[in-house]
Structures are given as structure tokens and as C-alpha cells.
Design a protein around this ligand. Structure first.
Ligand code: AMP
Length: 515
């Protein structure tokens, strides 16, 4: 059997390839046949370069349907797709190129000068360009090739992609994902989320990350579902597309921005069937506001670059709960079928329900290791083959998984563990607080203490000293941050994750001067 991911996704395409597969916000329409033929031409061009089978193809371009075709072409040819955030600068690209040694680099025409210099110096054989408007040398070259291509035969463990982790602590690591990792996860999610015929997905996520590229796009391709393709997230455009869509996948920021629009109501969401959130924690307040405003319950799930999706709230009402809908705010649901998830203590001992510890996972979706980092692989997998996710969490009595933060964000104050999520929760429940983020800063006496960054709700004036005083009546004293700063926004990366490394730097600079 051929485990080639493209060949397997292709089986989900509708029988009539002339149907629309993708409609873009630029007014373009692509049929399933266009996807098949476009990716075939690119695959044939790749073939003409005679690159060794598992060559890495590094791609740093803006979002376009043509990048998706290039991804599919890499799968067809058995090359390894290596997407890079277009926001990365020269020093970052130098690192990725030196680390991954791609045979081919695809960049924007605007960046060709510096990218090609870095790439050729590192031994890359080809550098071509692609812009958002179908311009650049990549498509010119592919245009001369046949639009018929038979995917190569792939083994389950053959590499399909390398996704570099966002590297918020230390250097970015290349997570190696195989054809089988990606396919098994896509198949599980197709069933678990009840993808059905007639589904239409709003695709407003970036395509250099697991969420947009694998979870969203594989879902739509495997189900033969049309995508409404947004080149970037714009809440107003998403709202305008809802009456003809059924599924939205987004990061929590999508939902908070949509909630800020007066036009969001039950009528505009009447055609929608499923709202999914992930990549960062959704505030319970957002979850509840969404329910009130739209009548829909967001389905939150949890995953990461190294594992694709791990857990999900139930799509259907669950027999365990007498058939009632059991999507729970503040929880990421249950381990997906095939995923084994456990919680371990500081010495690797397994913890029972309700106890916070390190989340470890195993399953067909879990990556094979980090590219050329044997020492990291030795550290981050247990002797019995579980991947240590780096997230702290617990499984409650009913089996729901809750994330309390990254282990690296854990604050150890006076020898006691303080979980930022618990403090943030308490802060978020204070009147006038919209959101908060707590990080650890060095402290001469306690080793570390918390530093809280707090965002006010519109129309509220917050006083750091009062916030800390209010926390003291709710939490044990050792958990209460020693310092607090009211801010206008929290720094976030492209996936809506609060960048705690930046906050730690800011907190370090602010030092003991503030409250
Ligand atoms: P990435 O590899 O960029 O996808 O980041 C993965 C990390 O995002 C995970 O290890 C979690 O820390 C975080 N994450 C993803 N989904 C969720 C979620 N639903 N709730 C809380 N954290 C999440």
C-alpha cells in the first residue's frame, strides 16, 4: 500500500473535479482539478531538478493557494516541506538554512537578494520566488511541465514535513513529521469532528503552522470540502463568509475579535455547524460570551508542532454524560482515539486525576524526533517512548484534560510551585480585568516571584496595588505576584500565543521599581 499523504488525501477529493475547491478573498476560484494539475506541474518541475528523495524544501512566502500546491507537490515527490514564518528575519533564516540544509529555497521576490545569499552560501542548489499574486520564478518554471504526475510510493515513516518550533525558549527545533503522523491525525479528526458532506471551511489561518496547514487544510482535503480562503484574518470578512460556511478553525484571538463586532449574532451564525479553537488557551469568558452571542459552543482542542492534535472536546454529545453536549470551557477535552496521555510528577512518577504534572504522550501522530538533535530527543522522550510535551496539566475526575501552562513558565517561589494559569484565572475574574499574563522574575530571597501583566476592560481604570490586594484574599500568599503592571496589550506571536519570553524580558527590565 502507498502511504504517500498526497495519494491518501486525493482519495477524499469529490468525484467531480470541476467543483470549486477553494474560493479566495481575491476573487479567485480553484477547482479540485486545478489543485491536482497545479501540484502535478510543480511536482514534475521538482522531479526535473533530480533532487535526492528526502530533500528539504524551505518555503518562506506569504499565504497563497500556490504555496498549498507546492506543499502538495513536495508530498507527491517525497520531498520534505519546511514552511517558515514570513516574519522571520535574516539571522533566523540563516539558522534554519544552516540547520536544515534545504536543497531548494522558495522566498518572496522582495527577499530574494538576502535569502539567496544566505542559501547559496549554505550550499542550497536552487532558490526561486513566489509572491501572493502568482508572480515569481517558481510558477514560470513549473508552467513548462506536464500536469499529470503519479505520486511516489512512500513508507509510513518517510518524512513529509519539518516544522520548526516557535523557539520561545532556546533555539528553534525542527519537528520531523512523517506521512503516517499526518495522515493518522487527519483521519482521526475527520471522524471525531464529524466532518460531513457539504461542509465549507473558512481558512483564515497562516499556512506555515500546524493549525492552518495540517489541521484545517488536511481536514478539508480529506473530506473533499470547499475552503473559503482568507489571505489573512480579518474579523469582518470572516463574519461576512459565515452565512455560506459551516466550519471555522481559529486561534482564541479570532474569537475575541469577532466578539468585538456588533454584527455577530445567532442569525449570522445560523449556517455554521462547528467553531474550533486552539493553539493557545481560550479564556472561559470568551467561551461563555461566544455561547451567549451565537448559541454555539466552541470546541477547544490541544496539540503542538511535534504531535499534531492530541486532545479535543467532544463533537457529539457524549454517552458518558447522558448524551448532553460536553464541551467544557477552560478544558481541552479528552485524548483523541489512539493517543495515550499521562501526567508525570517531578521524578517521572505517574500522577492520578486532579494532580498537576508534566503531560506526556504517545500515539501514531507523535513525531519521530527533532531534526539533527539526538541529545534533545534523548531528553524529551521517556525510556518507554512517551514524548514529554513541555506542557503542565492535569486530567480531572471525568477525564477532561486541563492545561496550566508550559513547564518552562512554571514559577518556583520559595521552593513552591506556582502555576501561572491559576494566578491568571484569579486575576481575570477580578472586576475590570480583561486578560492577564504572569511570568516569573528572579528574586533574591524567594528564588523567583510572579510578575503580573494586566489588561483592563474598556472603561476601567486598574490600580496594580489594588489588584494584588484583591488576589491576596483569594490565593495563598506565596502565589500572589509581587509586582504588577497594567498594559494596553500583551505581546502575541502569529498564532495568538502570549510571548512570555518577551514579558520576562520586560519584567526583568522593570525590575523592582514597579509595585
Ligand atoms: P505549537 O507547536 O506552536 O503549535 O505550540 C504548541 C503549544 O501551544 C502547546 O504545547 C501548548 O502549550 C499550546 N497550546 C496549543 N493548544 C492549546 C490550547 N487549546 N490550550 C492551551 N494551550 C494550547
Amino acid at each position: 500500500m502507498n502511504h504517500n499523504l498526497y495519494a491518501c488525501l486525493r482519495q477524499g477529493f469529490p468525484a467531480d473535479l470541476q467543483q470549486t475547491a477553494i474560493e479566495t478573498d481575491q476573487g479567485l476560484s480553484y477547482s479540485w482539478s486545478d489543485l491536482e494539475r497545479g501540484s502535478a506541474m510543480l511536482a514534475n518541475w521538482l522531479e526535473s531538478l533530480s533532487l535526492p528523495p528526502a530533500s528539504r524544501i524551505a518555503v518562506q512566502v506569504e499565504k497563497s493557494v500556490e504555496v498549498l500546491m507546492l506543499y502538495l507537490a513536495c508530498l507527491r515527490r517525497g520531498h520534505v516541506f519546511l514552511p517558515l514564518n514570513p516574519a522571520y528575519q535574516q539571522s533566523e533564516i540563516s539558522y534554519f538554512v544552516a540547520n536544515a540544509e534545504p536543497a531548494l529555497v522558495v522566498c518572496t521576490p522582495a527577499n530574494f537578494g538576502w535569502v539567496s545569499k544566505i542559501a547559496f552560501q549554505a550550499g542550497t542548489r536552487y532558490v526561486v520566488t513566489l509572491d501572493e499574486q502568482r508572480g515569481g520564478s517558481l510558477l514560470e518554471r513549473a508552467a513548462h511541465h506536464s500536469d499529470v504526475h503519479t505520486p511516489v510510493v512512500s513508507k509510513p515513516d518517510d518524512l513529509a514535513a519539518i516544522i520548526y518550533t516557535s523557539g520561545t525558549t532556546g533555539r528553534s527545533k525542527g519537528a520531523m513529521l512523517s506521512h503516517a503522523n499526518l495522515l493518522s491525525n487527519a483521519q482521526v479528526l475527520k471522524d471525531y469532528w464529524g466532518w460531513q458532506s457539504g461542509d465549507v471551511l473558512i481558512q483564515a489561518l497562516p499556512v506555515f503552522h500546524v493549525h492552518g496547514l495540517f489541521v484545517a487544510i488536511h481536514g478539508a482535503l480529506l473530506n473533499g470540502s470547499q475552503m473559503l480562503w482568507h489571505s489573512r484574518f480579518d474579523a469582518q470578512r470572516v463574519l461576512a463568509d459565515m452565512p455560506r460556511a459551516t466550519v471555522l478553525m481559529g486561534v482564541p484571538t479570532f474569537y475575541t475579535r469577532l466578539l468585538a463586532l456588533p454584527g455577530l449574532n445567532t442569525q449570522v451564525c445560523a449556517h455554521m455547524r462547528l467553531f474550533i479553537s486552539g493553539s493557545a488557551p481560550m479564556l472561559v469568558d470568551t467561551f461563555e460570551s461566544w455561547q451567549k452571542r451565537t448559541g454555539h459552543t466552541v470546541l477547544e482542542r490541544y496539540g503542538m508542532s511535534e504531535t499534531v492534535m492530541l486532545t479535543s472536546n467532544p463533537f457529539n454529545s457524549d454517552a458518558r454524560f447522558g448524551g448532553a453536549s460536553q464541551r467544557l470551557g477552560g478544558s481541552v477535552g479528552f485524548p483523541l482515539p489512539g493517543v495515550q496521555l499521562r501526567i508525570a510528577g517531578d521524578n517521572g512518577e505517574l500522577l492520578g486525576s486532579g494532580k498537576v504534572g508534566s503531560i506526556q504522550v504517545k500515539g501514531p501522530n507523535v513525531f519521530g524526533g527533532y531534526w539533527r538533535m539526538p541529545e534533545k530527543n534523548a531528553q524529551e522522550f521517556t525510556a518507554d517512548g512517551y514524548f514529554i510535551t513541555g506542557d503542565m496539566g492535569m486530567v480531572d475526575a471525568q477525564g477532561y484534560v486541563r492545561i496550566v501552562g508550559r513547564s518552562k513558565d512554571l514559577i518556583i517561589s520559595g521552593g513552591l510551585n506556582v502555576y501561572p494559569a491559576e494566578i491568571e484565572d484569579a486575576l481575570n475574574n477580578l472586576p475590570g480585568v480583561a486578560e492577564s499574563a504572569v511570568v516569573g522574575v528572579p528574586h533574591a530571597d524567594f528564588g523567583e516571584t510572579g510578575f503580573a501583566f494586566v489588561l483592563a476592560r474598556p472603561g476601567f481604570e486598574l490600580e496594580p496595588a489594588q489588584l494584588l490586594a484583591a488576589l491576596k484574599s483569594k490565593l495563598a500568599n506565596f502565589k500572589v505576584p509581587k509586582q504588577c503592571q497594567v498594559v494596553n496589550e500583551l505581546p502575541r506571536n502569529a498564532m495568538g500565543k502570549v510571548q512570555k519570553n518577551l514579558l520576562r524580558e520586560i519584567a526583568g527590565k522593570l525590575g523592582s521599581g514597579s509595585n
